[in-house]
Design a protein around this ligand. Structure first.
Ligand SMILES: Nc1ncnc2c1ncn2[C@@H]1O[C@H](COP(=O)(O)OP(=O)(O)O)[C@@H](O)[C@H]1O
Ligand SMILES: CC(=O)OP(=O)(O)O
Ligand SMILES: [Mg+2]
Length: 615
């Protein structure tokens, strides 16, 4: 259902208002909440104490217990509860499920969760280590094992979740055995505004010598410490910028942050008796290459060697950053707490199966194909992997707005003009057709006209340059459902390829950050060089299978255009999946699609189990 990402920044007073904004956004952009009503709502709850170890259906009593646990997670549980109350008011007829950060750490052994204080007092007040970010640590460790094609049960892993809050977990055979956050999400690593480890006697000292009250200390350690306390800002990007210009406070903050990471890595490797995989995740872990490099720099003795080029590469998705010679594999694994919560919510409620009614247009297929047992999967690009049409529209608009303004052409250029005169035409024909609609005559020129030339070809070439510039400056986000499928197939080791008529395919794939998922790319440039006939002829998809070394009869093609579906069918693909972005399910089937979906996300295993049961 989701086929685009929309971003809208505004200040929102509270959770209730936020849900109204969200509803308005769904109404404006789709998918329609009336046509696709939510079947359950999953909530992240940070502290579940020792009471909650599984996804839990929320009722008044569960709300009360989450409230009671707020003293142990003052930055988090109150906000989690406000979100739950607002969501229950808006979506009052569906189950709401709480998924706890603490749940994954219920497997900690007593030696790891027990603080060495008066045992009776600790028991009475439930003072022990609980651990947090469990949803993320679990998701990342499972994803890492799948990506490496290794059995989770045999792996010793470290996961560094470095966001605003930060924690590291040692995971032995899929079970959390040691984690750096404790009774509350304050212990352990240095964080954005939280101190992490500190000698508890420092608090006694500040209380006696500086008159700090309990509330003062709470605020100090949770909101005025960490990077913010050391360097005045909590965002690692600002710290790195300070380091780059040699600022002293930022440099010390960076050093303290990294020093702590190394200390924990060493300690946890010792607890595990060695390590096979180390993963970095969350805002800092996924993005800050200097933090990863510095944290791992001294760990050569444990078999860890980082490859600087891999570490600094700007790629999306799961990726290796260690050298081929490194005994330990080091990964960047983007976390997806929301997806994991959604999955656990689905597991946690009986009633949350998708609505068995077919979606409008009847395009949800009867039985979905299994992508994970294909020899190979070949994807069209524009419209299947990326919403490239939007970038083309932006480029045309930039060029025509400028021409129209300089030449006083009226009425001004609009999106309606795009669909009426430009869309679906060859580039130069589009320019000519639009200018003719305004009675403007311009010489045709020739294909090698400079982009500044005031000719049909010059204007067309300017649009090409604007397209490339827009890709470079703004990038392009892949369709979320498609990205999820590509990541999962890649992690499962299925050979993947792209078959696109576009001559910009390589640039688009690079701008979307997904180039490395694909072993082969057959695009307009290759087609011209190899004299391949365009879609709907079989040539393009046939060449894709040959290049990938797979048999089309055991492979899958994915297309959004009827011409592409026809090409794949003619090339003998066993399964041709049509993604209906407007071509229409019937037209796609008539062209040769064996299945039609609205969004590739429904083909993921988690989604498949549910839909096939209800089909
Ligand atoms: N490109 C980047 N380089 C370095 N740090 C980054 C980058 N992008 C985000 N971060 C860091 O990640 C933090 C947010 O992490 P995130 O996991 O989104 O936070 P949260 O814990 O709130 O979920 C930011 O405060 C910032 O410090
Ligand atoms: C538990 C915790 O610290 O969460 P976050 O990183 O979202 O602040
Ligand atoms: Mg987080």
């Amino acid at each position: 259902m989701l086929d685009a990402t929309y971003r809208d920044e505004q200040s929102i007073p509270d959770h209730a208002a936020a849900f109204e904004v969200m509803r308005a956004q769904f109404a404006a952009h789709g998918p329609s909440l009336e046509a696709h009503p939510p079947v359950a709502v999953g909530h992240r709850v940070v502290h579940g104490g020792a009471r909650f170890y599984a996804p839990t259906l929320i009722d008044a009593d569960v709300e009360r217990q989450i409230d009671e646990l707020a003293v142990l997670a003052p930055l988090h549980n109150p906000a989690n509860l406000a979100g739950i109350r607002a969501a229950r008011a808006v979506f009052d007829s569906v189950p709401h499920v709480a998924v706890f950060d603490t749940a994954f750490h219920q497997t900690l052994p007593p030696a790891a969760y027990t603080y060495a204080i008066d045992a009776a007092l600790a028991a009475e007040h439930r003072v022990r280590r609980y651990g947090f970010h469990g949803t993320s640590h679990q998701y990342v460790s499972e994803t890492a094992a799948r990506f490496l094609g290794r059995d989770l049960g045999t792996l010793r892993q470290l996961v560094f979740h470095l966001g605003n809050g930060a924690s590291v977990t040692a995971i032995d055979g899929g079970r959390s055995v040691e984690t750096s956050m404790g009774l509350t999400p304050l212990e352990g690593l240095v964080m954005g505004t939280r101190s992490g480890d500190i000698d508890p006697a420092a608090l006694v000292h500040l209380s006696r010598r500086a008159g700090y009250t309990i509330d003062d200390l709470d605020a100090l350690l949770n909101t005025r410490s960490g990077l913010a306390g050391l360097a005045g800002r909590s965002d690692m990007r600002d710290i790195l910028a300070g380091v780059a210009v040699g600022e002293e406070a930022a440099t010390l903050a960076f050093d303290v942050y990294v020093h702590r990471l190394r200390a924990y890595a060493g300690a946890y490797i010792a607890q595990l008796g060695g390590v096979d995989v180390v993963s970095f995740t969350a805002g800092v872990g996924e993005n800050a290459a200097p933090v990863r490099a510095a944290a791992m720099a001294t760990l050569g003795f444990a078999g860890i060697e980082i490859d600087p080029a891999r570490n600094e590469a700007k790629e999306r998705g799961v990726r290796v950053i260690s050298t081929d010679a490194s005994a330990v594999t080091v990964l960047v694994v983007p976390t997806d707490e929301e997806l994991q919560i959604a999955r656990q919510t689905a597991d946690g409620t009986e009633r949350c199966r998708p609505d068995p009614r077919p979606s409008p247009g009847g395009s949800v297929p009867d039985a979905l194909p299994d992508l994970f047992h294909a020899d190979g999967v070949l994807f069209d690009l524009d419209g299947v992997l990326t919403p490239t049409a939007e970038v083309h529209m932006r480029a045309w608009k930039a060029v025509f707005d400028d021409v129209f303004a300089r030449w006083d052409i009226t009425p001004p250029y609009t999106d309606e003009d795009y669909f009426a005169y430009v869309d679906g035409k060859k580039r130069y024909d589009g320019v000519a057709s639009l200018l003719r609609s305004r009675n403007v005559e311009v010489p045709w020129g020739s294909v090698d006209d400079d982009p500044s030339a005031e000719t049909i070809c010059g204007i067309g070439n300017r649009k090409n340059a604007a397209f490339a510039a827009s890709l470079r400056s703004q990038g392009i986000a892949p369709f979320p459902g498609s990205l999820a499928v590509v990541e999962a197939l890649h992690a499962a080791g299925i050979p993947l390829g792209v078959v696109s008529s576009s001559k910009n395919a390589e640039e688009v794939l690079a701008a979307a950050g997904i180039r490395s998922f694909f072993r082969v790319v057959i695009d307009g440039v290759v087609a011209e060089r190899e004299h391949l006939a365009s879609k709907p002829a079989a040539d393009m998809f046939a060449a894709g299978a040959t290049a990938l070394g797979v048999d089309p009869a055991r492979s899958i093609a994915v297309e959004d255009a009827t011409s592409g579906a026809a090409s794949a069918a003619a090339a003998g693909y066993a399964v041709v999946i049509g993604v209906d972005r407007g071509a229409g399910a019937d037209a796609l089937r008539a062209a040769g699609a064996t299945h039609v979906v609205d969004d590739l996300g429904v083909l993921l295993p988690a989604a498949r189990t549910d839909t096939s049961e209800t089909a």
